[in-house]
Design a protein around this ligand. Sequence first.
Ligand SMILES: [Zn+2]
Length: 416
Amino acid sequence: MKLPKYSLGMGDRFAQEGVFQLEAIRRAAEAGVHVAPVWNKSHREHVITGTQPADVRAEADAAVRARVYREPYFVDADHVRLDTVEAFLAPSDFFTLDVADFIGAEAPEEDRRRLVERCERWAGRVPIPGFEEPLEVTRETMEAAASKYLRAVQEAGRLYRYIRDRKPENGFITEVSLDETGEPQTPAELLLILAAVAEEGIAADTIAPRFPGRFNKGVDYVGDVARFAREFEQDVAVVTYAAGEFGLPESLKLSVHSGSDKFSIYGPMRRALRKFEAGIHLKTAGTTWLEELIGLAEAGGDGLALAKEVYRKARDRFDEMCAPYAAVIDVDPGALPSAQKVDCMSGPEYAASLRHDPTNPAYNPHFRQLLHVGFKVAAEMGERYLDVLRRHSDVVGRDVTENLYERHIRPLFLED
Ligand SMILES: [Zn+2]
């Protein structure tokens, strides 16, 4: 099983938008770029929405059948760990191994020493193709990286082998994810992490590092764009180099989590990918759920009333909604509109506050982020939410497709 060069991780909290997401992929192909769809949902999202991993498989298969889609597609067990992997084994063919909790835990001294010895030949200045200056890797960098990351890679190895022993030979895609941690990894650390991944025997197809800057849910990148651009390009070079050097799968590529809505960095990313002819996996999970609310607001009537109710309840339960996502959102309660104000909004006003159009003065990133994490409210409405959603699927579906294609696929893969 091989992951195509470009792939897009898509989330669909309520399993209603698969065909509309696939329509964005079809439009991309029509415009000349093949992007493989990957439907992902994490254990945490399953718990909140009351679904099972098998439901995501059912939705993906149904969407693909309905659209007579004949290219590869995948179902991703997102941020899976040993204690949550079981229910994902059968329905998933893409596993995002989340080992961020083990960053900083020390591997046995002997293992660390062995890794540093194996990497000794890269000590000094590594001439990585595409780097103006060789990458500086001292013995101290190696020892520090082994201390900080080896244990996490070993855990990824355990999880990888657990899955491999239970899936058909070559039957799944492997992603190693280190993104849910406070400190970004430098390109030199990434090189050593990949050396450890190869040593551990993990046939990694993608690696998701923590990049510099903030990747908040549903809003643009926050940070130094020039620094991100520089390090991202270096990371692409390191990954390309490591694949050949360490015998990792040739198609190894970077994965960018919380990758939706990062408009200010898609340009630099696109240029780096072109320069190295490299691939990318972009996870855009939560953005589709927000398009559902936008579509419902635009539909007016019961759709708008429901969108307002979701906001009112999410605002009332602010702490509860935000707590699980505290590390990946920045919501200023003072910048949120009052429930009364939202109740008086027209459909187009609600949609304009929520839709991610930075040029529109009505757009409110705080409103957007709170609703992003507020899907639990809609999940609790159950059939009542789904009924209204299905009634307005034409408006909602159009928004879902347009958002993925116009605001994500086009700027990242097609523009210039
Ligand atoms: Zn992640």
